[in-house]
Write a protein that binds this ligand. Sequence first.
Ligand SMILES: [Zn+2]
Length: 283
Amino acid sequence: MPMVGPETVDQARLLRLLRDDGPRSRVELVDVLGLPRARFAAEADRLTELGLVEIAGPAASRGGRRSSLLRVGAQVRFGAVLVGDGRLRVALTDGELNLLTRHDEPVDVRLGPEAVVGRTVELLGKLRAEAGLARLTGVGVALPAPVAVRDGTPVSPPALPGWHHFPVRDTLAAELGCPVHVDNDANAMALGERHAGTGRPFDDFLYVKLGDAVGCGLVLGGALYRGAASGAGDIGHLQLTEDGPLCGCGNTGCVEAYCGDAALVRDAVAAGRAGRSTALADR
Ligand SMILES: [Zn+2]
């Protein structure tokens, strides 16, 4: 099955605009992208041939040349996968990332990447079949792990034992026949906030994920910032003090050892037992 994806930076920029902002006129898009008109037409035609973009009708006249509205192709469907907190969540979206259908089930990540990635393929296949789709346009995967984004693999993930360097992206891409992108979950959540949440009006912000694991995603200048080794924002195991509480990673005094879920439960139990909080003691 052919891999279908934007082939140039300009095509990716055009798709991103249509995905994030909805239908826009050709005239407007030429202005925003700052491309020569002929170049824009060639890129838009190529995306139209691939079915990634389509004409949505005539644009409102601005008094000059007639223009048409472009939008993300009606057949574009993305798969979304989130692993974490004991759950495997999969979903399908349209080209503007509106949620169409989802499935959520418990998962034991200690079964290893083959089992979990295999189950992900099954579930996406099932959602795809139910939606009557021959294929997905692309799939995004969020893992509770540092991810070497260029390789599509988790790197020494404390929360995913046995997943180190497992080819998550390539395995899924081969099974599903579409492009796959794998990233750290806090990065994916930061992008989600940028696309449709509280981060939408801001070009620069920090998204902090608190849970079993603590992480954060950095959006700088409107784009995700990963740093040289994809580790930017990986704050969970920054050491605050050497004589702090023991962390799940084996070190002491990490951020996660103070404010991860397990640490909060530990402190709450201690406060209840010591009589420092009757509310906590009651629970
Ligand atoms: Zn740690």
